[in-house]
Design a protein around this ligand. Structure first.
Ligand code: HEC
Ligand code: HEC
Length: 302
C-alpha cells in the first residue's frame, strides 16, 4: 500500500471513529426541548403519532462504549489502520501458510502409512480412495473423464472396465501412470483401400459381429502383418499396448467406419508420464484408485 493510501485510510478511520465518539459523548447531554406532555412536539399522521423523549438506556450506552474499546483494540492487534501491521503481526497469507503446513504434516503421516501397503490393498482404504479421487479429478479427468470412463475422441481408455491395454494389476497400472504410455498403430493406407475395407470386415468378424465373410476371408492372409502386434488370434499384446480386437471394447470406436479409419490412418494414443509432476506416493494412491474403480460396480464408483 502506498503512503498516500495508507494515510488516507488512517484519516478515514480517525474521522469516522471521531465523529461517532463525539456523537456518543454529546447525545446523552444534548438539550432537547420537551413539551409539557412529555413529547418533543413532532407529530405524524395528523397527530396520531407523537414523538416521545427518553434518555438512552444504560445497556445501550455500555454496549456502545464496549464497541469503541473492541474496535480500537482490534486496530491495535490486527492490520486495518493503514499500513500499520498490528501487534500480533497477523496476515491472511500467514494463516493460510500455517494451515497448509498443518495439513501437509497430516497428509505426510497418512502418506507414510500408505507406502507400507501394496496398491491392491490400498484400493480398499477409504482414506486413500478419497485422496485418490481428488488427485484423479485434478490430473486425469480431463482425458479419462470425471467418472474415469474414458474419451473415445482422445483415445483415452475407459479405466472402469476390466479391459487393459497394458495390464491391470497394481504394478502395471502404477507403471502406466509413472512412465506414461504411447501406443502406436501404424497406418496401412499403402495396402490399398480394398484391403483396408476387407481387413475391417475381418476385424468385425474377430469380435463376433455381423460382417462380410468373403471380404474377411480375402483379408485373412494379410492379418499376418497385424498379428505381429495384435497376436495371431487378435487377442492383443500388453507389452505393446496393442488392443484385443476380439472383445467389444474399442479404444477408438467400433463402428465399421471407425475400424476402417483405425486401419487406414493408424492411431496414436499418448498417456503422459506423471513421475515429473507427482510424487511416488501420489502415483501409488492414484494407481490404487484406478484399481478400485475397475473393481467396483460402475454405479458405486461415481
Ligand atoms: C506395430 C504394431 C501394430 C501393428 C503391426 C498393427 N497394429 Fe493395430 N494397433 C496397434 C496399437 C498399439 C493400437 C492402439 C493404438 C493406441 O494406443 O491408440 C492399435 C489399434 C488398432 C485398432 C483400434 C482398436 C480399438 O480398440 O479402437 C485396430 C482396429 C487395429 N489396430 C487393427 C490393426 C490391423 C487390422 C492391423 C494390420 C493391418 C494392425 N492393427 C497392425 C499396434 C499395431
Ligand atoms: C493427455 C490425456 C491424458 C491424461 C491427462 C491422462 N491420461 Fe491416462 N491415458 C491416456 C491415453 C491416450 C492412454 C492410452 C495410451 C495408449 O493408447 O497407448 C492412457 C492410458 C492410461 C492407462 C493404461 C490403461 C490400460 O488400459 O492399460 C492408465 C492406467 C491411465 N491412463 C491412468 C491415468 C491416470 C491415473 C492419469 C492421471 C494422473 C492419467 N491417466 C492422465 C491419456 C491421458
Amino acid at each position: 500500500m502506498s503512503l498516500f493510501w495508507s494515510l488516507w485510510i488512517m484519516f478515514l478511520v480517525v474521522l469516522n471513529l471521531g465523529i461517532t465518539f463525539f456523537l456518543f459523548l454529546w447525545a446523552p447531554r444534548a438539550k432537547i426541548p420537551v413539551r409539557e406532555d412529555g413529547t418533543s412536539g413532532h407529530v405524524w399522521a395528523h397527530g396520531v403519532l407523537r414523538e416521545g423523549v427518553r434518555r438512552l438506556p444504560m445497556w445501550w450506552i455500555i454496549m456502545s462504549a464496549a464497541m469503541f474499546v473492541i474496535g480500537i483494540a482490534y486496530l491495535v492487534l490486527f492490520p486495518g489502520f493503514g499500513r500499520y501491521k498490528g501487534v500480533l503481526n497477523w496476515t491472511s497469507h500467514g494463516e493460510l501458510a500455517a494451515n497448509t503446513a498443518a495439513n501437509d504434516a497430516k497428509l505426510d503421516d497418512m502418506m507414510k502409512r500408505f507406502s507400507l501397503y501394496p496398491i491392491e490393498q490400498l484400493a480398499g482404504d477409504p482414506n486413500a480412495q478419497q485422496l485418490g479421487k481428488r488427485l484423479f479429478q485434478d490430473n486425469c479427468a480431463a482425458c479419462h473423464g470425471r467418472a474415469a470412463t474414458g474419451n473415445i475422441l482422445l483415445g483415452a481408455p475407459d479405466l472402469t472396465d476390466k479391459d487393459w491395454l497394458y495390464g491391470g494389476n497394481g504394478k502395471d497400472i502404477y507403471t502406466s501412470i509413472h512412465d506414461g504410455r504411447s501406443g502406436v498403430m501404424p497406418p496401412w493406407a499403402s495396402l490399398g483401400e480394398d484391403n483396408v475395407k476387407n481387413l475391417a470386415q475381418y476385424v468385425l468378424g474377430l469380435s463376433g459381429r455381423p460382417h462380410d465373410e468373403k471380404a474377411a476371408a480375402a483379408a485373412k492372409p494379410l492379418f499376418v502383418t497385424c498379428a505381429a502386434c495384435h497376436g495371431p488370434e487378435g487377442k492383443g499384446n500388453p507389452a505393446l499396448g496393442a488392443p484385443d480386437l476380439t472383445d467389444q471394447v474399442w479404444l477408438h470406436g467400433g463402428t465399421q467406419a471407425d475400424i476402417e479409419h483405425s486401419i487406414r490412418d493408424g492411431r496414436q494414443g499418448h498417456m503422459p508420464a506423471w513421475s515429473p509432476r507427482l510424487t511416488d506416493d501420489q502415483i501409488r494412491v492414484l494407481a490404487s484408485y484406478v484399481y478400485h474403480v475397475s473393481h467396483t460396480d460402475h454405479a458405486d464408483s461415481r
